[in-house]
Design a protein around this ligand. Structure first.
Ligand code: AMP
Length: 356
C-alpha cells in the first residue's frame, strides 16, 4: 500500500446497475462512501449508495461536480463515452485506467491486442463493406458471427452467418455500424477467470468458473469448472498476462472458450463480472471487495475458494420462483431491487453451495 484511501473516503462509480450496487455495498463494508453517476432515474445502486448524481454523460457541469466530490473513480460498464472520461481523468484518478477501456470498448482493438500478446482468439476480420464481408467469409469460412465493433453486450448486435448468401442481410442488421467477423468456435464449453491486480502490481485470480449461456445471456456459472489442474493454471496465467500488459488496477472478467486444441479468449470486461458473482458465497473475499481494495490501493484479499458453488441468474419471470428459492437450504439469494420485471432483464441471482 503506497497511498491507501483513508476511512470515509468516497469512491465514485460510473453506472448504477446491479454491479454498481454490489460495489457500493462492498465499499461501505470497508468504511468508504460511494457516489453513483447514472443517467437513468432510480437505478438499483441508488438504494444503497451514499450519493447519486442523475445526469447524462454529456453533462459537463454534473460530471465535474461528481468528480470533485469523490477521491477515486471506477465504473461498472465499459462503454463510457470518451469525452466524459477525458473530463473526469483531469480531476481524479480513474481505475481501471483508460487503456483497459480503450481496448475493451472495441472488439477489433481488443482482438488485435490479445493476439499481439500471443494469445489465441477466434479468427477475425475488420468489416466495413459487403466486399470485406464476402472476402472474410471466404478466408474464415462458415459458420461465422458478424458483430458490431462497439456497444454489444449479452449477445446484442450479433448475427450468425451459416452460408455466404446471408452476407448482405447480416450486414444490413449492423445498421451501418463498424463490424467484425469472427469465425464460429466449436468450443466444448466456456469458462471465465475473474482476475484482480492491485495498484502495486500483485495479481490474484479466483478459480475459473464454467459458464452456460442461453440466447447470449449468462444463465449459470459453476465452480469448479471441468478444467484439469494444468488447464486452470494456464487460464489463470493467461489472465494475469492481460492484466499486466494493461498495467491494470481492479477486477477484470476474462471469458474463454475451451476446445480440444486449447483455450481461446472470447472477450475481456474491465470490471466486476456476472460470472464472478459466485465468489460472494464461495470465498472469504468476493470480487466486489477485491475490486474496491484494488481501486482504494489496499492489498488484495484472499480469494481462495472454500466451497463448490453454482450461481444461477434470475432473469425476467424467474422471479416467480422466489418463494421456492427462499425455502432452499444453502442457497443465498441476491436481488437487485428492480421494480419492473422484463423478459431478459437480470433481476437477481442465487448462489447454491454444492455438496458432492
Ligand atoms: P459475446 O457478447 O461476444 O461474449 O458473445 C456472447 C456469447 O455468444 C458467448 O459467450 C458465446 O456463447 C457466443 N459466441 C460469441 N462469439 C462466438 C464465437 N466466435 N464462436 C462461438 N460462439 C460465440
Amino acid at each position: 500500500m503506497t497511498n491507501p484511501l483513508p476511512q470515509g473516503a468516497t469512491i465514485g462509480i460510473l453506472g448504477g446497475g446491479q454491479l454498481g450496487r454490489m460495489l457500493s455495498v462492498a465499499a461501505s463494508r470497508l468504511g468508504f462512501r460511494s457516489h453513483i453517476f447514472e443517467p437513468s432515474e432510480n437505478p438499483p445502486a441508488a438504494q444503497v449508495a451514499d450519493a447519486v448524481t442523475t445526469a447524462g454523460y454529456d453533462d459537463v457541469a454534473a460530471l465535474s461536480a461528481f468528480a470533485e466530490s469523490v477521491d477515486v473513480i471506477t465504473y461498472e460498464f465499459e462503454n463510457i463515452p470518451t469525452e466524459a472520461l477525458d473530463l473526469l481523468q483531469e480531476l481524479r484518478p480513474i481505475r481501471p485506467g483508460r487503456e483497459a477501456l480503450r481496448v475493451s470498448q472495441d472488439r477489433l482493438v481488443e482482438k488485435t491486442f490479445l493476439t499481439d500478446l500471443g494469445l489465441t482468439t477466434a479468427p477475425f476480420a475488420d468489416i466495413t463493406c459487403l466486399a470485406d464481408l464476402q472476402a472474410a467469409l471466404g478466408a474464415i469460412g462458415c459458420p461465422a458471427i458478424l458483430k458490431t465493433r462497439r456497444l454489444g453486450y449479452d449477445g446484442k448486435g450479433q448475427v450468425r452467418i451459416d452460408s455466404p448468401d446471408q452476407a448482405e442481410a447480416a450486414l444490413a442488421e449492423m445498421k451501418g455500424a463498424p463490424a467484425i467477423l469472427e469465425g464460429f468456435v466449436e468450443f466444448d464449453y466456456e469458462v471465465s477467470v475473474i482476475a484482480a491486480r492491485s495498484a502495486e502490481g500483485s495479481v490474484a485470480c479466483f478459480d475459473p468458473g464454467e459458464n452456460i449461456h442461453s440466447m447470449g445471456i449468462l444463465r449459470t456459472t459453476t465452480v469448479p469448472a471441468r478444467l484439469s489442474g494444468r488447464q486452470s493454471t494456464d487460464a489463470v496465467l493467461l489472465a494475469a498476462r492481460i492484466l499486466n500488459a494493461l498495467n491494470y488496477v481492479g477486477v477484470m472478467g476474462v471469458e474463454l472458450f475451451v476446445t480440444s486444441r486449447g483455450m481461446l479468449v472470447n472477450e475481456i470486461a474491465p470490471r466486476v463480472h456476472n460470472s464472478g458473482h459466485w465468489t460472494q458465497n464461495g470465498c472469504v473475499i468476493d470480487q466486489f471487495e477485491q475490486h474496491i481494495r484494488a481501486v482504494a490501493d489496499w492489498p488484495l484479499g484472499d480469494g481462495s475458494r472454500y466451497a463448490d458453488v453454482q450461481m444461477e441468474n434470475l432473469i425476467g419471470d424467474d422471479m416467480d420462483k422466489l418463494p421456492e428459492l427462499a425455502q432452499e437450504t444453502e442457497t443465498a439469494i441476491h436481488l437487485y431491487g428492480k421494480a419492473v420485471v422484463k423478459p431478459g432483464r437480470k433481476m437477481g441471482h442465487v448462489n447454491r453451495i454444492v455438496r458432492g
